[in-house]
Design a protein around this ligand. Structure first.
Ligand code: NAI
Ligand code: MG
Length: 349
């Protein structure tokens, strides 16, 4: 039975993860054996209490003794600079080399989209998760003067680009999608652009049945708002993927329902809702648990429980269709009411 480390974290992370666990317990009752859930007390409370964010032993145990990690959210206004969140979340992403950041955006109800005629949006965004401008390479010169210069380098390697492109194409084949679109800024950033375009074409040649195209990120931002149904699978670098996936999440009904996977295929995987700890609504029982529950569904699929994953996804759709929604989706249900409804639905099939 797969072992899953559950890290609720901070703020609404605790509230939405309670519901994701409730749904996983329903999955276990119906599709035994499910997964063994191991609760991890990592987050702001622990840091403020013990002065520890995460230890090397904990990193080792999370990576060696578990098949997946399910995380709520990390971030707390009481912790200056959110040091614990950086240590834990970015630490896991980089130390476990979770190079695939997969963020699906599926429109569940056209009324949730800010677009007038959204159509049937189904976007699978593959964001490179370990390189780009987020490696923090560079520095500041003459800081604090009127001659200050800040250099923030953009790291792109053959290996890094190849493996994220391959993950996107493999996903397209597995999910029966017909096209993969590369997004970059090859006109203004030609060195990175040449590498991405060459490697993308190289990988594409291994997948002759999948169509390809390439777009500049500015044009893509515009086109996602104009005609989002044109796109199926998008592969892009760290920065553009970060931005486009927030845009895509908003196009299909908001942050509260957006799910994500951080994966090193064949090795490690961490699943988390896209949203943060939302201190503005924490403790009120109103947070939308759909992002966390949909992330748990991605995890089940990753662990080989495809049938269970589908049952959870269907229950999420049924909840939205039936008006079982939290306030951010125009409903009046609490976090717990939505979670309980979905768990019951999973149980009853
Ligand atoms: P946020 O995602 O926590 O909140 C942004 C806005 O969306 C807020 O108005 C919030 O109330 C709303 N919102 C978010 N999730 C919701 C949900 N499930 N249901 C209903 N409304 C929801 O982003 P923000 O405010 O920028 O960051 C808050 C804290 O979370 C910070 O400490 C930040 O560093 C951290 N954070 C952590 C992330 C993670 O753990 N992966 C990701 C993003 C932010
Ligand atoms: Mg972001």
């Amino acid at each position: 039975m797969p072992r899953v480390a559950v890290i609720p974290g901070d703020g609404i992370g605790l509230e939405v993860m309670r519901e994701a666990v409730r749904v996983l317990e329903a999955v276990e009752s119906r599709f035994s054996p499910g997964c063994e859930l191991v609760h991890w007390d990592l987050g702001a409370d622990r840091f403020l209490r013990d002065g520890i964010t995460i230890t090397d032993e904990e990193f080792a145990s999370l990576s060696n003794d578990h098949d997946a990690i399910l995380l709520g959210a990390l971030g707390d206004p009481r912790v200056p600079g959110n040091q614990h969140a950086r240590d834990i979340l970015l630490g896991l992403r980089f130390r476990l080399d979770l190079y695939v950041n997969y963020r699906p955006a599926v429109l569940l109800d056209p009324a949730l989209s800010p677009l007038k005629a959204p159509g049937d949006i189904r976007l699978d965004i593959f964001r490179e998760n370990t390189e780009g401008v987020y490696v923090n390479l560079g520095g500041t010169f003459k800081e604090g003067t009127d001659r200050e210069t800040a250099i923030q380098e953009d790291l792109n390697t053959f290996t890094g680009v190849e493996r994220i492109c391959r993950a996107a194409f493999e996903h397209a084949v597995k999910r029966g999608r017909s096209r993969v679109t590369l997004v970059d800024k090859a006109n203004a950033m030609p060195a990175a652009g040449r590498l991405w375009r060459r490697v993308f074409a190289l990988v594409a040649s291994d997948f002759p049945d999948i169509d390809t195209d390439a777009m500049y990120v500015d044009a893509m931002a515009m086109d996602l708002v104009r005609r989002p149904t044109r796109y199926e699978v998008i592969v892009t670098g760290n920065l553009f993927g970060d931005i486009l996936s927030d845009l895509a999440a908003e196009l299909v009904g908001g942050l509260g329902a957006a799910a994500s996977a951080n994966v090193h295929p064949g090795r490690h995987a961490l699943f988390e809702p896209v949203h943060g700890s939302a201190p503005d609504i924490a403790g009120q029982g109103v947070a939308n648990p759909l992002g966390a529950i949909a992330s748990a569904a991605l995890m089940l699929d990753h662990l080989g429980h495809a049938e269970a994953a589908q049952a959870v996804e269907e229950a999420v759709v049924a909840a939205v269709d039936g008006g079982v929604r939290t306030a951010d989706m125009g409903g009046d249900r609490s976090t717990e009411q939505v979670g309980t409804w979905i768990a019951d639905r999973v149980l009853s099939g």
